[in-house]
Design a protein around this ligand. Structure first.
Ligand code: ZN
Length: 72
């Protein structure tokens, strides 16, 4: 969906990208990767406007941060 811009459920091309945000107090679409909001990893969402299916993607650059925190 991120790469094809086509909904895998209904084959619609009406896809919008919703940028992740990191705001104070943990508001926004993100995952904490540390003690402060400055280390939050943003989650970008792709939404099909026809059926409502959505996918969430994290930037590849941010994956090591999450691995460090969540992989023990
Ligand atoms: Zn769809």
């Amino acid at each position: 969906m991120k790469n094809t811009n086509i909904c895998p459920k209904c084959q619609s091309k009406d896809i919008i990208r919703i940028e992740g945000t990191a705001e104070p107090y943990g508001v926004g679409n993100n995952i904490r990767a540390g003690a402060t909001i400055f280390s939050a990893v943003l989650v970008n969402r792709y939404l099909c406007c026809d059926c409502g299916y959505s996918e969430e993607w994290i930037d590849k650059d941010d994956i090591p941060k999450l691995k460090k925190k969540y992989c023990k």
